[in-house]
Design a protein. Structure first.
Length: 149
């Protein structure tokens, strides 16, 4: 999954998009994932993150670009400074990006990556069984400008 920064810009299958802010690509039908986006919208006081549902053409293209299944979204993608971050690494970066006190989550980087990813994967595999599906999240008009379409 490691690729050069901004590699998606030279991928003909990835439509152009504004990448001047960190972008969270999430499963818009997953209650956990949509709940995470709602949490970030509430706590991202700097409004640094933008959002993209994986079910969009751009979302699917980004999943394929990073070698992920474009129909089975077992990881969110954080695209920051042109690089893709996944699983526990992406989640820790997302939470830390919300500022204090959330930045304290960086302590989890002390866990071996395979342990942190195993926990992430367990939750990801079971997220729909635990929380179910929902229709795609509909942002408020104020929130809509933070979503990429």
């Amino acid at each position: 999954m490691t690729r050069a920064a901004y590699s998606y810009r030279s991928d003909a299958d990835v439509p152009d998009f504004a990448d001047d802010q960190p972008l969270i690509v999430f499963d818009g039908e997953c209650v956990f994932c949509s709940g995470w986006v709602k949490f970030v919208l509430k706590h991202d006081k700097q409004q640094r993150y933008r959002f993209l549902a994986a079910q969009t053409p751009l979302g699917a293209a980004l999943y394929r670009h990073y070698g992920l299944d474009a129909r089975d979204y077992e990881t969110n993608i954080l695209i920051e400074e042109g690089r893709g971050f996944f699983k526990s690494d992406g989640t820790i970066r997302m939470v830390a990006g919300l500022g204090f006190p959330y930045s304290l989550v960086k302590i989890f980087r002390l866990l071996p990556r395979r342990v942190a990813d195993a926990l992430y994967e367990f939750i990801a595999r079971n997220r729909l069984k635990i929380a179910g599906r929902q229709s795609c999240m509909v942002p408020t008009p104020e929130q809509r400008r933070r979503f990429v379409s």
